[in-house]
Design a protein around this ligand. Structure first.
Ligand code: AMP
Length: 249
């Protein structure tokens, strides 16, 4: 079973992002970039499936600028066997990424595609769902447990009311939630080994996909600053304030 794992290069989760003064977006010049944390979980899960004998090959895919190669090398240091870079300078929106991944899935014929549930830069939470729809494959989003056996995946997913368990016929699309696993620490020998693993580069046009943005960003602005809280002496004062000042009860 081949597993495809899309990995996105995003601003590192430790960085406090700043909005550009002209409101056109977020300033990413000289900012540390890393693999989207949910995608690290996806690569870890695919690697564990391979180590357990359920998968035979793990292929990492990243769509974006040349530097996404670094993200793919990290995926290969965790355990992916090879990487594919779909190289473009165009700002990619979820539908464009889903179309690129669909074209790659048609070519590579994976049995399982494991994505992150969302990218922490745009927080879209759309790509996996769009990809499953384009492929016509079953999907299980927000997975906290995945087992694969006899052409079927059993996925436990986190829903508002608790946990839900789904059985999916492969091929299928799964997206990862935070509690699925704890990604391993990437060791230096594995970083060195990853440098020798195959990395193929293709362009969106090679896959026959038009990646031009469909949505226009009108303005990006900082959220309003939160004002300091106050301490109330007792519950009665709190209730009075909620009733008379905040007017929420
Ligand atoms: P989003 O829908 O943007 O929140 O992204 C959800 C997931 O889709 C991510 O966690 C990745 O697994 C995948 N993805 C999104 N954008 C890209 C990209 N440019 N390259 C590779 N994978 C991506």
């Amino acid at each position: 079973m081949k597993v495809l794992v899309p990995v996105k290069r995003v601003v590192d989760y430790n960085v406090k992002v700043r909005v550009k003064s002209d409101g056109s977006g977020v300033d990413i010049a000289n900012v540390k970039m890393s693999m989207n944390p949910f995608d690290e979980i996806a690569v870890e899960e695919a690697t564990r499936l391979k180590e357990a004998g359920a998968a035979t090959e793990v292929v990492a895919v990243s769509c974006g600028v040349t530097q996404c190669q670094e993200t793919l090398r990290t995926a290969m240091a965790i355990g992916a066997d090879r990487g594919i870079l779909v190289e473009t300078d165009v700002e990619l929106q979820p539908l464009a990424v889903a179309k690129l991944l669909k074209a790659l899935a048609d070519k590579e014929q994976p049995q399982l595609i494991i994505l992150g549930k969302q990218a922490i830069d745009d927080d879209c939470n759309q790509t996996g769902q769009m990809l499953a729809a384009l492929l016509g494959w079953p999907q299980a989003t927000f997975a906290s447990k995945v087992t694969v056996e006899g052409g079927k995946a059993t996925v436990t997913r986190e829903v508002d009311g608790g946990l839900e368990t789904l059985a999916l016929q492969l091929p299928a699309v799964v997206t990862t939630d935070l509690r699925l696993n704890e990604p391993r620490y990437v060791t230096l020998p594995n970083i060195m080994k990853a440098k020798k693993k195959p990395l193929e580069t293709v362009k969106p046009a090679d896959l026959g996909v038009d990646v031009a943005p469909r949505l226009k960003t009108l303005k990006v602005s900082e959220p309003p600053k939160r004002s300091a809280g106050i301490t109330v002496p007792d519950a009665a004062t709190l209730v009075a304030k909620l009733k008379n000042e905040a007017k929420v009860i």
